[in-house]
Design a protein around this ligand. Structure first.
Ligand code: AMP
Length: 115
């Protein structure tokens, strides 16, 4: 069994687990967070498995994911009101799924700094 066989988000990429897909291209996928912490809460992930931002060096892919977040924010109608993109990386940041993901969150006022 490889690292990706039992990875939750790899399983979503393979459509073994249902998800509300919002956007997709050849390299990345975006779907609604199952436990939204804001009115808009969408995850953008690479289709290829990287455990975290620490493991991803593909600048093109990382750039695409950010642009996807912006595009989705526009589609969700939160580009003007404001939104946050977050990449929790490692234990101290509270990363709970070991597959790189960008949180796109918006639709409410947020505080800074995050807890
Ligand atoms: P993090 O804590 O930064 O690793 O974020 C992981 C996120 O994945 C959390 O916000 C979870 O609610 C979300 N999540 C976990 N399982 C699923 C799932 N099956 N479909 C969609 N989102 C999920």
């Amino acid at each position: 069994m490889t690292a990706t066989d039992d990875c939750l988000f790899c399983r979503i990429v393979r459509q073994e687990i249902p998800a509300t897909i919002m956007w997709e291209d050849e390299h990345a996928l975006a779907f609604r967070d199952i436990e939204p912490r804001s009115p808009v809460h969408i995850l953008v992930i690479p289709k290829r498995h990287f455990a975290s931002l620490n493991d991803a060096a593909d600048a093109m892919l990382l750039g695409r994911m950010l642009l996807a977040a912006r595009e989705i924010a526009e589609g969700e109608g939160i580009a003007q009101s404001g939104y946050r993109v977050v990449i929790n990386t490692g234990a101290n940041a509270g990363q709970s799924v070991a597959h790189l993901h960008v949180h796109l969150m918006g639709g409410r006022t947020m505080t800074w700094p995050p807890g």
